[in-house]
Design a protein around this ligand. Structure first.
Ligand code: GDP
Length: 426
């Protein structure tokens, strides 16, 4: 009963999709409350292996209503393609609703994302070039376009003309590209409107009623706590809040409706894109962990980029769990470490000769060095283990060691990418 938020405690790619997929089957609604197609959840189930970008992870269940909520960045073409791919691979037509107040990623958001990364060259942010930063910038500049705007030609032309006036100056004089004619965009966007019309709804009202009826709702976070624009590793966050606290805002429900917050964290660290990453490892050691990690290696679900690898960071994760307001944690990918004789874990940061286990402000992260403690590995395949007590003693000790330092009970452990590879502690 009630509302559960599943969110990342780290830099993203923690395996939230797998945990959501597991819990979605028992839910009435699965809701994406922020972000767009810039991140991906990998889900492996009876239909195959899927990388979901915009669609909520409940799309594989017929009993679930999947909601793309108001604070999402909706890219219509990407949405239609992703849905079509599911259908063409034999997934039954999922129930999907899009908030009529959600704003649209427009073709020029993607262009500006590309041009700006190009201009920044070696200072670039490592954007996925999905238009997300220009999209949210426009939203807060109040020049964005809501789904419901796509059905009124004059209103749409007015919105686009206002938005494009300064953008065309930048296009021509900063980026050296051709300007965009708003009148040419209108028919394209109105066509998008028609394509998503069957999915549009007042999703806030629907969720409000559902909660009154005692329905079960899962809020699905994208990326992780350290990518939050306020509490993360600024200036390397994503452009919308990744925190459970924002889920109620993004979906339009009461903040007190969320009663469970599951912070997902992986048994080692990985990070895509630029920014400080204190426990990062390099060379052969990193390559081996990357190759053995995830399902088929640690490569971005959206971009295919190799992920940066590191040891588990209790400093960053305790902070991540705190800002998420985690009531419990899920530790994923424990199986991956089965090849190690010894496993380093970061328990503190050394900054300017001092030691701390408080996650510092971004300005101090570059000077932070990890203090590592080494735990014994279990040197075995644990993918078939289903209860905590059946895990090798060393694996149990590893989980307990982490649990003590992140201040949140580890309620879930994942030991493989498939639906069946999970166990619950206790
Ligand atoms: P998300 O965005 O947080 O859902 O994470 P991703 O899907 O980007 O990355 C997680 C990767 O790990 C995916 O390839 C999953 O299939 C895989 N995965 C999730 N849990 C486990 C696990 O317990 N063990 C293994 N080996 N792979 C896992």
């Amino acid at each position: 009963m009630g509302v559960t938020a599943i969110v990342g405690a780290n830099w993203g790619d923690e395996g939230k999709g797998k945990i959501t997929d597991y819990l979605a089957g028992r839910s009435d609604f699965v809701v994406r409350f922020q972000g767009g197609k810039n991140a991906g959840h990998t889900i492996i189930n009876d239909y195959g292996k899927f990388a979901l970008h915009l669609l909520p992870s409940g799309v594989f269940f017929q009993n679930v209503t999947n909601i793309l909520a108001t604070a999402m960045a909706v890219d219509v073409e990407a949405f239609l393609n992703e849905r079509q791919e599911l259908l063409s691979r034999g997934v039954p037509d999922p129930r999907i609703l899009i908030s009529e107040r959600a704003q649209m990623v427009l073709p020029y958001h993607i262009l500006f994302d590309e041009y700006e990364e190009e201009r920044l060259a070696d200072r670039k942010f490592g954007s996925t070039k999905s238009g997300i930063a220009p999209f949210y910038a426009d939203k807060y500049m109040k020049i964005g376009v809501q789904a419901a705007d796509l059905f009124d030609e004059q209103r749409l032309l007015g919105r686009l003309s206002t938005a494009l006036e300064p953008k065309n100056v930048l296009l021509e004089h900063l980026y050296g590209k051709s300007p965009i004619d708003p009148a040419e965009l209108v028919p394209v966007l109105m066509k998008h409107g028609e394509a998503i019309r069957p999915f549009l709804a007042d999703t806030g009202a629907i969720l409000h009623e559902a909660l009154k009826e005692g329905k079960t709702v899962l809020m699905e976070g994208q990326l992780g706590a350290l990518r939050d624009p306020d509490h993360g590793i600024y200036p390397y966050p994503t452009s919308s809040s990744t925190l459970a606290g924002f889920a109620s805002v993004g979906a339009g429900i009461a903040p007190h409706a969320i009663d469970t917050v599951i912070a997902v964290t992986k048994a080692y660290s990985s990070c895509v894109g630029a920014g400080p990453f204190v426990t990062e490892i390099f060379g052969d050691e990193a390559e081996e962990l990357r190759r053995r990690g995830g399902s088929g290696g640690e490569y971005g679900a959206t971009t295919g980029r190799p992920r940066r690898m590191g040891w588990f960071d209790t400093v960053a994760t305790r902070y991540g769990c705190r800002v998420q307001g985690a009531t419990e944690a899920a530790l994923t990918l424990l199986d991956v470490l089965g090849y190690r004789d010894e496993i380093p874990v970061c328990t503190a940061y050394e900054i300017d000769g001092g030691k701390t286990n408080e996650f510092p402000v971004p300005a101090r992260l570059d000077q932070s060095r990890p203090v590592l403690e080494t735990l014994k590995g279990w040197k075995s395949d644990i993918t078939a283990v289903r209860t905590f007590s059946d895990l090798p003693r060393e694996a149990q000790a590893y989980v307990r060691f982490i649990e003590e330092r992140i201040d949140v009970p580890v309620k879930w452990i994942s030991v493989g990418p498939g639906r069946e590879n999970k166990n619950r502690m206790g």
